[in-house]
Design a protein around this ligand. Structure first.
Ligand SMILES: [Zn+2]
Length: 58
């Protein structure tokens, strides 16, 4: 990954990583990039993380 990745680069990197490796969930900030664009979040784990975070904020 580049030192200062663009949002699209982070999305592409994490989507590829999640598809090939389950070592960690996609960070909430990257999940948000998908949500903001109306794109499906690549993993179930990430969806659960967003749902939990939303519940805590409200
Ligand atoms: Zn990994």
């Amino acid at each position: 990954m580049p030192k200062n990745p663009k949002p699209e680069q982070r999305m592409a990197w994490h989507a590829g990583h999640a598809a090939n490796c389950g070592c960690r969930p996609i960070p909430a900030g990257v999940v948000r990039l998908f949500v903001e664009r109306g794109l499906p979040v690549p993993t179930e784990t990430a969806r659960v993380e967003v749902a939990g975070r939303k519940g805590q904020e409200q």
